[in-house]
Design a protein around this ligand. Structure first.
Ligand code: KIV
Ligand code: ZN
Length: 512
């Protein structure tokens, strides 16, 4: 199969995905995702938008310095400052560094947002690509809102960008407006009307506002696109971006009519999805294709019967092919360190010695409270002990009394910026009393937007998993916590949200 039939998978979880409401990540979290994307073997990962903030710059730089396999892209608008800043961060990736520069080309964007004429946009695009090409031959140009751009003008801009040195030209459906047949025609038009199109890879970048991002991307591939831009779990602005796992599994499953290759190690899909969920707290809907909890569950009796006779009756891909292990090894009190470490590895966690030790101590204490430890418990342990942000605030111990005749009272002891503090507070319920105590100890006044409780596994000894969403002036922050006692889990979630807020504040001051 020729090089032309290879589909380049460009992951933008860390850039466009991070623009999802509530998905902001700190540098450490981004680097962790980047390592997982490396294991997933994406061809290109877009690590961020370096000029957007110092935090973004540092994250792109760190990823460019540490990730070895995939190419590392950084976004820039079409101006010198953005492009120079992008390369300052990307240079550490050497030949694998890619500058991704963009400008809008649709009438509506040019008139109302850019207030520029077609000629000005064309000249700006060319100047930007030339500037970027001065740093690296690995330049991607995007015509923002391409799917709503007049085709002759789109062709003119793309031709000029290639002439100026773009090696990849991206045709985004920025607002998720197009449909497969139309997008197929747009790509076909460019192939027929851009004289130098063979000198560049055509890329597609679809948003999911009409739920068509994957279908549109596949239609574009059939028309000749050879790079697909996508995100894990389809996270992204508004309704999200094209989902990586769906597009890759469609290519794999329907190879008969989509005869293309890709480099993604599909067995790493589930670990990637889980890690992202753990870090961002953005849950995947149960019936989401490929990575939803029900994606491989066969409920109806008639389906189960068919499956027993022959799996192919109702299963078009195996759970194992996406890294979902059928057997959920259960650990318990007597499981040793080796079994624990092996299982973490199988679940896709690559932890250092210190992290393993922290997680193992927590595992042993959980095993004392709970007979069986499932994979989901291990995910929660790793999330709690390893993945969550550095702790400005730490829960040391707590006790809550509640019942039907006395007012609930929470006694909470915490370490607040290095100082041990303790208080006892009454509330309308045990959670209310706990949150009031934490607020008193930390001085936090952020409005609480949402509080939810769930069980990680079945059974009355299951760990409770809680989420707390707080509002600061700049953003909404989601905290998560897990513990067999749901009040303790709630306290942990609240404190986790406060730690995230503290970590963002430190980042803004350039402390990290
Ligand atoms: O949706 C979009 O147009 C983008 C571009 C910056 C590629 O994200
Ligand atoms: Zn986008």
């Amino acid at each position: 199969m020729s090089q032309k039939e290879q589909i380049i998978i460009f992951d933008t979880t860390l850039r466009d995905g991070e623009q999802s409401p509530g998905a902001s990540m700190n540098i450490e979290e981004k680097v962790r995702i980047a390592h997982q994307l490396e294991r997933l073997n994406v061809d290109v990962m877009e690590a961020g938008f370096p000029i957007a903030s110092d935090g973004d710059f540092e994250a792109v730089k760190k990823i460019a310095q540490t990730i070895k396999g995939p190419q590392i892209a950084g976004l820039s608008r079409a101006n010198n400052m953005d492009i120079d800043r992008a390369w300052e961060a990307l240079q550490f990736a050497g030949e694998r560094g890619r500058i991704h520069t963009f400008i809008a080309t649709s009438d509506i964007h040019m008139e109302h947002k850019l207030k520029m004429s077609e000629q000005q946009v064309l000249d700006t695009a060319v100047a930007a690509v030339q500037r970027a090409a001065g740093y690296t031959p690995n330049v991607e140009f995007s015509a923002e809102d391409a799917a709503r751009t007049r085709l002759p003008f789109l062709a003119q801009v793309i031709e000029a960008a290639i002439e100026a040195g773009a090696s990849t030209v991206n045709i985004p459906d920025t607002v998720g407006y197009t449909i497969p047949s139309e997008y197929f025609d747009i790509i076909s038009y460019l192939k027929a009307n851009v004289s130098n199109i063979d000198k560049a890879i055509i890329s597609v970048h679809c948003h999911n506002d009409l739920g068509l991002s994957v279908a549109n991307s596949l239609a574009a591939v059939q028309a000749g696109a050879r790079q697909v831009e996508c995100t894990i779990n389809g996270i992204g602005e508004r309704a999200g971006n094209c989902s990586l796992e769906e597009v890759v599994m469609a290519l794999r499953t329907r190879h008969d009519i989509l005869p293309f290759t890709h480099n993604v190690k599909t067995e790493q899909i589930t670990p990637s999805s889980k890690l992202l969920t753990t870090i961002t707290g953005i849950q995947v809907q149960q019936n989401k294709a490929i990575v939803g909890a029900n994606a491989f569950a066969h409920e109806a009796g008639i389906h189960q019967h068919g499956m027993l006779m022959n799996k192919d009756t109702y299963e078009i891909m195996t759970p194992e092919s996406v890294g979902l292990n059928a057997s959920k090894l259960v650990l318990g009190k007597h499981s040793g360190r080796h079994a624990f470490i092996d299982r973490l590895k199988e679940l896709g966690y690559d932890l250092n010695k210190e992290e393993i030790q922290k997680a193992f101590v927590r595992f042993k204490s959980l095993a004392d409270m709970k007979k069986e430890i499932f994979d989901e418990d291990l995910d929660a342990i790793v999330a709690d002990e390893v993945l969550r942000v550095t702790e400005t605030y730490k829960l040391l111990q707590m006790n809550v009394s509640s019942g039907s005749f006395a007012s609930p009272t929470a006694t909470v002891e915490m370490e607040v910026e290095g100082e041990v503090k303790k208080t006892a507070v009454m509330g309308d319920g045990p959670v209310d009393a706990t949150f009031k105590a934490i607020k008193e100890l930390t001085g936090a006044t952020y409005p609480l937007l949402n509080f939810s409780v769930g069980a990680i596994t079945g059974g009355t000894d299951a760990q409770g998993e809680t989420s707390v969403r707080l509002k600061t002036e700049e953003r909404e922050v989601l905290g998560q916590g897990a513990h067999p006692d749901i009040i303790v889990a709630s306290a942990k979630a609240y404190i986790n949200a406060l730690n995230k807020i503290a970590s963002f504040a430190q980042r803004m001051q350039g402390d990290i």
